[in-house]
Structure formats: structure tokens, C-alpha cells
Design a binder for this molecule. Structure first.
Ligand SMILES: *Cc1c(COP(=O)(O)O)cnc(C)c1O
Length: 435
């Protein structure tokens, strides 16, 4: 459920008409709904009520400082994957002492910064990484809190580029080798074994792979508790969202109308499935959702530049492109595209919705049926709050989009559109080319 809906003809985010946002801040612009994020947060936390749960929002999904502060105000900590993300948490006033640091390639400088910030746990992906963290902790005269990422070899049945829990993926240590990895960790003098971690993939729309993975590792987690007195079990993120019927899924009625077997995973179903497996462990449970928290809480606003009518194919050329929202080009992802001002009286138009970049891959949708739209009119790409802005690039020297946060009837620019001055600031022409 989310807070994007039509009021009369106009698409609103909460109580704000989106054409007004585009009028003020231009396009392409990402618009986020604070209330949707708050609802997602509370629903997920409630689904595991009774357990000692810490939500560590996977900030790579959307790391705007305003979004991070919103999470921090709700009581969330963060799952971060780089020194840059750690600096964002610090800048947003987030709790590094409850946050965790993941990723297969942590550098010495990043490890040092995380230790100095009092990180709650390093999620370790290999034995050489244990040695490196031990080395840096020794130099600082501290003990580094670690948890090893277990790869449970479960097929998350999602897109190949976002599955992470199969043995052929680069992530984690196989369950069979995990006991030895913990023994190695215990021998390092500057490491403190704090927990255990797993994450099997992204955009999972059923509870079954989560159940399978948790069931597979629970006996090992119990052993770790006995042997090392671990404090926590992080079960990762991966809860999927609705892309296909994104707008309709804002309404509770859409969910209620779905027969049980066809309903996409809800936080309530996720919690209900996992709680009986997790409760007997008596450990703190860390959740690391990214996409679920913010995905349906954001749209990308874009303006139509041209309607190019071709032979047998129409192209709706918009001012957003694959550099702003790469998911369709990168993952063949579907985003629902809706008019910001709806006019049901107009004829339907079947078109490919494309951006202006010089790549055939710069295509958001093929053969999509929309209301007929023309130059200057606005569209919204739904479910664009996760892995949208954070994956943006500057390809074709296109400045990064603006970002706006809405709360009730208030809205504010939380990231100004990038300027060409800042884009070019680091570049220079060397003396040997100047004659
Ligand atoms: C990316 C990632 C997440 C978040 O995944 P979502 O599918 O966005 O929930 C959580 N944990 C780890 C270790 C990750 O790499």
C-alpha cells in the first residue's frame, strides 16, 4: 500500500498534486512519500512483534539524506556497503552504533572509518577479509565485532542479476565451510564474534525461499550461540514489491481482492512465516530490507518531449532516460507509467516509451498502452523509489535528477538538480594539449 492516487484528474503524492511539483522543480524529478515509508516500516516491524528486532535499512536502495533521517527518526539503523554510505549515515545523524557494514570488498580505509564510528557489526564475506579487519582493529587497539555471511545455497527464483544466495554467487561462505570460518575468526585476537548473517536475493514475492533459507541455517545458528555466545542473526532483506499493478496496489482493496495464492508477499505474511522459526533462537533479529521500504514510496516524474508516430510503431520520447532510471535497461524491469493528469476521454495510444539517450537500450517500455499524450505533458514512473536515483549515471552528460520529499501537504526539494558547473568541476585540459 502507498500514498499515490488520483484526486479528480490529478495524480497526487499524499496531499500534493504532482503537476505542481514538476512546475516548481522541473523534470526529471524523483518524488518520495514520507507516509508510505513510515507505513512500510511500521508494518514490517509489527509483523515480528515480540522478537528483539532491529531494522537496518539497506540504504543502497535510496540514500538521500532526508530519507536516511526519516528512517533514523523511526528508530531504524542502516545496512551500508561502502565508506561513502557510512559518511552519509554520519551526515544524516544516523546511529552507526546500531548499523552494520556489508560487502565483499571492504578496503582498509573503510574498515578503519567503520571502527572509529563504532559500527555494530562487520558482515564478513571471506577469510582474507577476517584477517584484514583483525589487522586494522589491532592497529587501532580495539576489537572488531564480526558476523560471517552464510550462503545457504537457496534459489530465490528472482532475476539472475539480483539472486545472491546460490553457491555460484560471489556472496558469503557456504554453510559447509562456515564452521571453519568461525573457528578462524575465533583465533584472531582483535575480532569479537557478534552474530551471523545471510541474504538470499532481491525482489522475492513469496515467503517460501525465506523459509527454506532460515530453516537451513537455524541449526548452525544454534551451534554458534552455544560456542561463541552470538548476539544476533541477520536475515537480510529481499522482500519484493508490486511493479505491474503499482498504482492500484496503493489501495488495500487490491490486496484483499487477491486470492491467497496469488497475493504478492506482504510484510504480515513474511513475519507470520518467519516468527515461529526465529523466536526459539532467543537472539536479536536484524532485518535489512531496502526495496520494500522505499520502492513503492517513490515515482519518477518526466515530461513528454515528442510523440513520434512511426510506421507500425509509435514512440513516446520523454525527458527521463536510462541514466536516471536504469532498471528497465539493466534488469528488463517493468515500471508502470501513468499520466500525471488523467483524461479518460482521450483515445488510447500504443507506444514504446523511450528516453533521448543514443542507445536502443534506452527504452522504458515496449508496446505500452497509455492515454494519448503530447509534448509538454507529464508522466510518472511508478515504484521508482528503490534503485532509481542511487543507480543513476551521467551518461550523455545528463545531470542527475532532482529529488523531492512529500509529507502530507508539505513538500520540499531534498536534492537539487545537478548543475553543469559541478559536473565539469573536476575535469581539466592538461598543459600538454594547450599550445
Ligand atoms: C542489497 C542488500 C540488501 C537489500 O536488498 P533488498 O532486496 O533491497 O531488500 C540487504 N542485505 C544485503 C547484504 C544486501 O546486499
Amino acid at each position: 500500500m502507498h500514498h499515490f492516487h488520483y484526486v479528480g484528474q490529478k495524480l497526487h503524492c499524499e496531499d500534493v498534486a504532482l503537476d505542481a511539483v514538476a512546475g516548481l522543480h522541473g523534470t526529471p524529478t524523483y518524488v518520495y512519500s514520507a507516509r508510505t515509508i513510515e507505513d512500510n516500516y511500521r508494518r514490517l516491524i509489527s509483523s515480528l512483534a515480540g522478537l528483539d528486532v532491529q531494522l537496518c535499512y539497506a540504504m543502497k536502495a535510496n540514500s538521500n539524506l532526508a530519507i536516511l533521517r526519516l528512517f533514523s527518526n523511526l528508530g531504524s539503523a542502516f545496512d551500508l556497503v561502502s565508506g561513502g554510505e557510512l559518511r552519509r549515515v554520519l551526515a544524516a545523524g544516523g546511529a552507526t552504533k546500531r548499523s552494520v557494514f556489508a560487502g565483499v570488498g571492504k578496503t582498509e580505509a573503510e574498515i578503519k572509518l567503520a571502527l572509529e564510528s563504532g559500527i555494530y557489526g562487520f558482515h564478513v564475506e571471506s577469510e582474507p577479509e577476517l584477517a584484514r579487519i583483525n589487522h586494522v582493529a589491532g592497529r587501532l587497539g580495539v576489537k572488531a565485532p564480526v558476523a560471517i555471511r552464510i550462503n545457504p545455497d537457496v534459489d530465490a527464483k528472482t532475476h539472475a542479476k539480483i539472486t545472491t544466495g546460490k553457491s555460484e554467487n560471489k556472496f558469503g561462505i557456504p554453510l559447509k565451510a562456515a564452521a571453519a570460518a568461525y573457528e578462524a575468526a575465533a583465533r584472531f585476537p582483535h575480532l569479537a564474534i557478534r552474530g551471523v548473517q545471510m541474504h538470499i536475493g532481491s525482489q522475492l514475492t513469496s515467503a517460501a525461499p525465506f523459509i527454506e533459507a532460515v530453516q537451513k541455517v537455524v541449526p548452525f545458528v544454534e551451534q554458534l550461540k552455544q560456542l561463541y555466545g552470538i548476539a544476533y542473526f541477520s536475515i537480510g532483506g529481499g522482500i519484493g514489491i508490486v511493479y505491474q499493478d503499482a498504482l492500484a496496489s496503493g489501495d488495500a482493496a487490491w490486496w484483499n481482492a487477491k486470492p491467497e495464492g496469488e497475493r504478492p508477499l506482504t510484510p504480515e505474511a513474511y513475519g507470520a512465516a518467519l516468527k515461529p522459526l526465529l523466536a526459539p533462537l532467543g537472539l536479536r533479529i536484524l532485518l535489512e530490507p531496502g526495496r520494500f521500504m522505499v520502492g513503492n514510496a517513490g515515482v519518477l516524474l518526466s515530461r513528454v518531449e515528442y510523440l513520434k508516430r512511426g510506421q507500425g510503431r509509435n514512440f513516446l520520447v520523454v525527458d527521463a532516460a536510462m541514466n536516471d532510471l536504469v532498471r528497465p535497461a539493466m534488469y528488463d524491469a517493468y515500471h508502470e507509467i501513468v499520466p500525471v493528469v488523467r483524461d479518460t476521454g482521450r483515445p488510447a495510444l500504443k507506444a514504446d516509451v523511450v528516453g533521448p539517450i543514443c542507445e536502443s537500450g534506452d527504452c522504458f517500455a515496449k508496446d505500452r498502452t497509455l492515454q494519448t499524450l503530447g509534448e509538454g505533458e507529464l508522466v510518472a514512473f511508478m515504484s521508482a523509489g528503490a534503485y532509481g536515483y542511487t543507480m543513476a549515471s551521467r551518461y550523455n552528460t545528463r545531470p542527475a535528477a532532482a529529488e523531492v520529499l512529500v509529507s502530507g501537504s508539505r513538500f520540499e526539494l531534498v536534492n537539487a538538480r545537478e548543475t553543469f558547473e559541478t559536473m565539469l568541476a573536476g575535469e581539466k585540459i592538461p598543459a600538454f594539449l594547450k599550445s
